[in-house]
Design a protein around this ligand. Sequence first.
Ligand code: KG4
Ligand code: ZN
Length: 345
Amino acid sequence: MRAKAVILGIETSCDETSAAVMADGVLLSNIISSQIVHHQYGGVVPELASRAHQKYIIPIVEEALVKAGTAKAELSAVAVAMGPGLMGALLVGVNFGKALAYGLGVPFIGVNHMEAHIYSNFIDQPVPAFPCLNLTVSGGHTQLVLMRDDFSYELIGETRDDAAGEAFDKVAKMLGLGYPGGPRVDALAREGNPKAIHFPRTMLLDDEFAFSFSGIKTAVLYYLRDNNLRSSDGTPAIPPALLADLCASFQASVVDVLVRKTMNASKKFGIRQIAVGGGVSANSSLRSRMTAAAADAGCDVFFPKIEYCTDNAAMTSVVGYRKYLRGFSSPLSSSAMSNLDIAAA
Ligand code: KG4
Ligand code: ZN
């Protein structure tokens, strides 16, 4: 039987060019091209990201359609991440998506990248029920968002400085682990002792649900300086066992804060469905600690499959699908917005 709602999702907000096809809520393809050009610079170079998206957008979309066995003419709508993200990177996906939707005469559906991270928990069954509390932890954001219904977002807390993923990446850089650092810190932390070094847990008592990770990052920097763990040219010189302990101890402090604040919010708002999303939701310690804390409190906790944690278009397509069913679409005059707010989604 022919599918009623076939959605092409497109994601180009940072350094992943991705396209996905979802038909009647079933994900048929999710192609992701991660730009390795940035690794030599130790972080994402915006201009290079835009250029790489330009190069890959058509082949990636073609591949997603071929893998799904879907012809362009079968598409019901095109859903694209509009922001937040790097402006030049977003523009590639947004303009391509608008042109394709216009050419096919189908709706164009703008998606907030952070709402897409939240909906990465809605790709496969079982999905969270509303009301639900979302912890979204990525390279650019750390947010606690309360949802009482589909597409209703109440931001109850976010970071005042570095995002959790950014802290992982900056600490990894200090430790000489390269970019992106989160997965490397996670892997090394498995060999280390999380109690070996005490790094601060910044709880910000003046604002219960705001986060701050810059203090933890600075504490790692001071630890390296005070213990002469940098060679004369500034590069780290850390014995392997201590490196593992540093990773485990830093990770424990970030995870502690994330779990405690999320569980406090769940208690305060009386919400027993908890969903975690964004690149840092791939972290093995965050997964195990949050799962244990939620079980103790009698809450259900959801994590996306690992391939839907970091940026991908599957999460864009599921938002597009659910918006399409409700008859939502965006005007072709709408534009990418680098600072798009979750509350404006
Ligand atoms: O969601 P994402 O792909 O991009 C943004 O929207 O920012 O998140 C990327 C972030 C990076 O900071 C990366 O280091 C972090 O997610 N990350 C992790 C892990 N995997 C990715 N952080 C900790 N542990 C991981 N296993
Ligand atoms: Zn993201």
